[in-house]
Design a protein around this ligand. Structure first.
Ligand SMILES: NC(=O)C1=CN([C@@H]2O[C@H](COP(=O)(O)OP(=O)(O)OC[C@H]3O[C@@H](n4cnc5c(N)ncnc54)[C@H](OP(=O)(O)O)[C@@H]3O)[C@@H](O)[C@H]2O)C=CC1
Ligand SMILES: O=C1O[C@H](COP(=O)(O)O)[C@@H](O)[C@H](O)[C@H]1O
Length: 515
């Protein structure tokens, strides 16, 4: 049995131990190459995630070496000094923490070169091979992981260079894997073109299309909640569920990323990938097993069952002041806010609107899933005004799962009130550190587990859903409504929500204890 297959089998069961407590399953020299090492993502997410894995002894120094690669001409020490400030805790570090950072940074080496010529990649290959030789790795048995923290425009040339110059030399149990970031294309056609270009160079099991929402604790919890709890099994369908909301809010604007953002907009930045992945996990049928291919097969079925989006079920917004960014055109039509209704045409979900909402520069930072149940038929308590049952999964901040339900108001009278069953992680799991999404996903890549990565057909199906709408926006046929920064977004979005059937619970305000 091949190494990859063994990993698939190993992750079949959801163990009770934390993933970080598990042993690293593969051994041998591991070279992790971060391409675009000078960039924002590399500094803020990739290197810190590697550092956390190192601290948990999941990247043993006698096996692992980390290479940063970019065009900027800087020395090893200059890169290390740049990274240091992202690794040292903001509130001051203990001598032990400083020592950990220094030891980790000793594993990091920098190679400078272009993204489209062989010279730099030959040099990179030489450095990697030297490291493998020094660690006594048998040729071909070593592991090479390339993380493309780069703009997608350079993916094809970088992948070609890796393929030409930097592959693991033979198939003696080692491997070469490539992690690519979103956005994978701008629409169906460009995404397919990118997939074809990369697909000509690497096999699907070597390609890890990362969507960091799939690494979030409560997103990973979705399958367990849905399929390991008898409560939900009979209720999770159109007979009982009235509507589902998947919401992403940020309380800051594009903050220096206006140039990037304006080419993409909120639908490509958040909805087509992160929120749609979450929707798949809420809506999919039970997979045959937890094997990555079984799960991804079910996700594709959901995506392929989504009906075309109707123009009257979309509200777009752009916050006032967005165009003040010098990198954003004065006449930009790019939405920074969108609410849209997705309808899944299958036996389970016919008639249930999935309201997907994302916005920048709003009144709070929050990502949550809100499953609203139908009214109780023949309500003898006349509690309709108190609100409906809702099952809420808050992905961030302060992870929590809670259920809004109706109970008797404590006291002498028989009246009903809305209350909640609350599982706030900060209270229930005190002392447990929830790993960062990137940390888990990099570990999965090392372990060869593609469960939480996007397969090519999933990507295609997700672009199929949004491409017609995106093209209408690009052509200026749909226009964003202006909204005030720090607000809830356009009022039209709340009207759409109401039209879709969402019932706001009046008079019910509950601030979870850990928020
Ligand atoms: N930043 C974030 O929070 C997130 C980013 N992503 C995705 O991750 C990837 C990297 O993002 P981010 O780090 O922000 O990007 P950056 O703009 O910081 O670019 C990363 C590096 O790529 C090189 N680079 C930049 N522009 C070009 C270009 N036009 N041609 C060739 N090389 C270029 C630069 O390195 P040098 O010039 O030194 O070679 C730069 O340091 C992108 O695909 C992005 O969409 C995904 C989620 C979040
Ligand atoms: O992919 C992206 O995600 C971030 C939000 O990530 P989160 O984990 O903090 O919720 C978003 O700010 C950025 O625009 C987008 O590219």
């Amino acid at each position: 049995m091949g190494t990859n297959e063994w990993h698939v089998e190993r992750r079949d069961s959801i163990g009770t131990e934390s993933p970080v407590a598990r042993e690293v399953l593969e051994t041998g020299t591991l070279s992790i190459v971060v391409l675009g090492a000078s960039g924002d993502l590399a500094k803020k997410k990739t290197f810190p995630a590697l550092f956390h894995l190192y601290k948990q002894e999941l990247l043993p120094p006698d096996e692992v070496h980390i290479f940063g690669y970019a065009r900027s001409k800087i020395s090893d020490d200059e890169l290390r000094n740049k990274l240091r400030s992202y690794l040292v805790p903001e509130k001051g570090a203990s001598p032990k923490q400083l020592d950990d950072v220094s030891k980790f940074l000793q594993l990091v080496k920098y190679v400078s070169g272009p993204y489209d010529s062989e010279d730099g990649f030959r040099l990179l290959d030489k450095e990697i091979s030297e490291h493998e030789y020094l660690k006594n790795s048998k040729e071909g048995s070593s592991r090479r992981l390339f993380y493309l923290a780069l703009p997608p425009s350079v993916y094809p040339s970088v992948c070609k260079m890796i393929k030409t110059c930097c592959m693991n030399k033979s198939d003696l149990g080692g491997w070469t894997r490539v992690v690519v970031e979103k956005p994978f294309g701008r629409d169906l056609e460009s995404a397919e073109e990118l997939s074809t270009q990369i697909g000509e160079l690497f096999e699907e099991p070597q390609i890890y299309r990362i969507d960091h929402y799939l690494g979030k604790e409560l997103v990973q919890n979705m399958l367990v909640l849905r399929f390991a709890n008898r409560f939900f099994l009979p209720l999770w369908n159109h007979n009982h569920i009235d509507n589902v909301q998947i919401v992403f809010r940020e309380d800051f604007g594009t903050d220096g990323r206006g140039g990037y953002f304006d080419q993409y907009g909120i639908i490509r930045d958040i909805i087509q990938n992160h929120l749609l992945q979450v929707l798949c996990l809420i809506a999919m049928e039970k997979p045959v097993s937890l094997k990555p291919e079984h799960i991804r097969d079910e996700k594709v079925k959901v995506l392929e069952s989504v009906l075309p989006i109707r123009d009257d079920e979309v509200v777009l917004g752009q916050y006032e002041g967005y165009r003040d960014d010098p990198t954003v055109p004065d006449d930009s039509n790019t939405p920074t806010f969108a609410t849209t209704i997705l309808r899944i045409h299958n036996e389970r979900w016919e008639g249930v609107p999935f309201i997907v909402k994302a916005g920048k520069a709003l009144n709070s930072r929050k990502a949550e899933i809100r499953v609203q149940f139908k009214d109780v038929p023949g309500d003898i308590f006349r509690s309709k005004k108190q609100g409906r049952n809702e099952f809420v999964i808050r992905l961030q901040p302060s992870e929590a799962i809670y259920m809004k339900l109706t109970v008797k108001q404590p006291g002498l009278e028989m009246s009903a009130v809305q209350s909640e069953l609350d599982l706030s992680y900060g209270q229930r799991y005190q002392g447990i550190t929830i790993p960062e999404a990137y940390e888990r996903l990099i570990l999965d890549t090392i372990r060869g587990d593609q469960q939480h990565f996007v397969r090519r057909d999933e990507l295609k199906a997700s672009w199929q859903i949004f491409t017609p709408l995106l093209h209408k926006i690009d052509r200026g046929e749909l226009k964003p409504v202006p909204y005030k920064p720090g607000s809830r977004g356009p009022a039209e979005a709340d009207e759409l929500l109401e039209k879709a059937g969402y019932v706001q619970t009046h008079g019910y305000i509950w601030i979870p204890p850990t928020l």
